[in-house]
Design a protein around this ligand. Structure first.
Ligand code: T46
Length: 134
């Protein structure tokens, strides 16, 4: 299976004297149709969440308030990404094992997803992840 590498993109801050506005459009800013939107907030201090990859779902993660970090592992490379601005968009591919951590108390992590929720689309066992994507 071939997937693009995850990407951190910085999108335009459209601003005037009233403040800022940032736009995300499907198939333009994010490389997929947006089927689902959810957000993670009021995360307790020290919590680490995620710990999975997907079979199909592509996602875009944006900290619309506060900050958090995302640990990524696609077997070929492992890295940590800081999301600390509403104009930073992290595009995750299905084969990106991801863990979110270091949530600030005001963090609102917005997630745009390419598929509707399906518990069967999750790979939550790391050995299974290695089996599927190695
Ligand atoms: C991801 C990261 C970034 C639903 O019922 N519908 C949904 O659309 C979602 C996303 C979750 N849920 C339920 C499933 C669990 O009972 O909400 C509960 C918490 O979900 P989960 O433990 O999967 O949350 P995270 O933070 O580990 O992962 C979430 C997304 O599930 C996942 O796709 O990539 O955020």
């Amino acid at each position: 299976m071939l997937f693009d590498a995850s990407k951190l993109i910085e999108i335009d801050k459209l601003g005037d004297e009233r403040g800022l506005l940032t736009v995300i459009e499907e198939n333009i800013t994010v490389p997929f149709e947006i089927k689902r939107v959810f957000y993670i907030y009021e995360t307790k201090s020290g919590v680490r969440r995620g710990f999975h990859a997907h079979f199909k779902t592509r996602q875009a993660l944006i900290c619309v308030s506060g900050s958090c970090k995302v640990y990524l592992d696609n077997i070929k490379r492992k890295k940590d990404v800081l999301l600390d601005s509403p104009n930073k968009v992290l595009i995750l591919e299905p084969n990106d094992w991801h863990e979110m951590y270091d949530f600030s108390s005001d963090c609102v992590l917005l997630v745009l997803a390419s598929h509707l929720y399906d518990a069967e689309d999750y790979i939550r066992d790391y050995n299974k992840f290695l089996e599927v994507y190695s």
